[in-house]
Design a binder for this molecule. Sequence first.
Ligand code: ATP
Ligand code: MG
Length: 746
Amino acid sequence: TASAENSILQSLNAAQRRAVTSNASTVAILAGPGSGKTHTLTSRVVWLVQQTGYQPSDIVVATFTVKAAREMKERIGKVLGPESEKKIVLGTFHSIARRYLSAYGKHIGLDSKFGIADDGDSRAIIQRICKRHDFNIDPGYARSWISKKKAKGHVADPPSNKKQLENPSLNECYREYQEHLERSNLLDYDDLLVRCVELLRAYPACVSNIQAVLIDEYQDTNGIQYDLMKLFGQARQRITIVGDPDQSIYGWRSAEIRNLYRLLRDFPQTDEISLEENYRSSRSILDVSLTVIQQDKKRYQKVLLPVHTKGTRPVLRKLKSSAAEGDWIVSEIKRAVTMFGEMLKYEDVAILLRSASLSRHIESALGKAGLAYRMIGGHKFYERKEIKVLLDYLRVVYQPDNNDSVARIINVPRRGIGDTTVKRLIEEAEQQKMSLWSLLRKHCQGSRKATTKILPKMEQKLNAELIRMVLNLQSHAQQITESSQQTLINLIEKLLSQLDFKQYLESEYPEDHEQRWQNVQEFLSLANDFVRDSANADEELLPEIEDVDQAKDDSTLGRFLANIALASDAQKNDEGAEKKSVITISTIHAAKGLEWPIVFIPAVYAGSIPHSRAEDLDEERRLLYVAMTRAQVLLYLSCPLYGSQGMSGKVELSPFVSPFESTAFAKQGASFNRPILEAAAKILKRHLPSEKAIFDKIPPMFSMEDNLFPIDPIDTRDPEGLGDSEGYRSKGSKRQRVNNQGYGSD
Ligand code: ATP
Ligand code: MG
């Protein structure tokens, strides 16, 4: 209808509107950060449903992170209603692939009850293989080598070819790793994509309903994802992609910038649309970000113009140590949050790191100041010992063929089975070509004479405490249905009580069992959230299709476990904290596509960014560009000059910013005045805080003399008077405090 049409189109500029309403079968939107690509893509989905009459279930939308998927779903739900939100196939490539494989996978011989090996699992398996064979390879390296092979569609060569191989031990590692996954009925992240390609080739009927395929962050798709895109679109070939080559930051994970050219070659009729206005950031933030990226002379130039006014200058601050850097960040956060009054909360602040390992100093500074935070892509909730044990039990309940999980829980809690026995059992199972679980059952339930000796007493114990308990929980799990979802919680509670888990933690961890029990409670509440979310907004089962009969085996427990496995690098431990207003600490990689009013980028030194082990300097620069362009009103870069992590002695400011250190940045801290507040309110579309007494409350600028670095005389440019009133001016060597807090002196 005309009014619906208006409501989606209203919030768009002319180019965005053209992209949303384009009738071309292939549309490519290549544009810079903050130009509304994701906004436009979401609007196009709504447009296709409302104006073209496509069913939401006939549209596939691939996003890059789980968080982005959630946000898009919310927006679509708001306009089209919860039913449509449920039906639309929207998620990361991995989660979409998982849905199709669990629905239709049996047509390519896949047991629909497959489990997912997350990065940690894959690494552990590879580590064991390397150890067994005494391979002198780094497991992390082997993991990414295998991943790259899979991304290119290469399988491991059979052992007979050994001599011609360039790297026999890597190949052997790959072969055994893959065998192990298959035996345990596990798919790793790459397999999810590879097998889904196989499925869509073999059974195109399962995507014959798909009318449109839309892809966000296209620049970071890899070769398999490109194939998937085409295969999902095979019925109608209606494809919309949005992306930005300047933000390609996953080259190390086989993302291929070439996919852009491939698309234009495969679909020569593509309607190319560019968006040239940046709606996210203040002009000064955009200017300095563009200065950084423009150092790359080979890049394809795009226009990106600021919509907003200048705002306050980005800050680049050098500090003596990482500890001082942490304290400075805390002090600036406090100043800003106080200054902006009701307009800003702690949740508006993000601290973006080149590597997760940089978080320690930041965390301790925030902790000291009593500021709450959450970590994205950092230390992981699901990797805590007590949570891993519970997850392993649930995985065994769901899928007893998962040998790794079985091996980890045989003796937890302690049942008197030593490591050597476990090892022998694993070997015996491998020789017998059966799963560890079946072997254990045969052993302990007396139907088989063992080659591995287990004392009869132990057999009884295992039978009573492990096998019968798991079987019991399995039958419980089977009763969990859509209508009685609550029982996922019951299942976990039952597991806890049968393991006497609280008691177990007390005896095993006398020092911190309380904290660990807290974590278990948190786990229960996450499960609770999952149950609630899937009752309201979770994805539907895929539709039944006449000539493809679907196995309805997508159990609640299975989806719960998959949800956790797929949340892996970016979202683990992002859960739960969502509701509270807390500061976000994230890796830059995991922050892609997101935005915050205030962004800090610590550790901007050579060795950190660009990273000392990075192969592609241009990609490192793009990474910094992605980080800087997340900021809306305040951007802070900082660099500790001594005692930085892993660097002995003095470090140098990153070469990406050093050339314009003194021209583009303020050196102390952000300056605040009335016009700056007004500019921020406009960007954030929020109300100005009430005027009274804000400035009285602002904490002073960070002034620990020890940590101050010599400051150059202030420059007096900045005709608009918005950006430069730094808190300190130096007159010769004597520093003198000036009015940095009064209402606009202009
Ligand atoms: P990135 O490359 O970082 O993913 P993007 O191009 O996807 O950025 P969006 O996240 O879609 O950009 O939009 C950036 C911000 O600009 C969002 O807050 C969005 O709501 C806003 N925005 C987009 N288009 C418009 C518009 N026409 N008018 C006002 N605000 C807009
Ligand atoms: Mg985006």
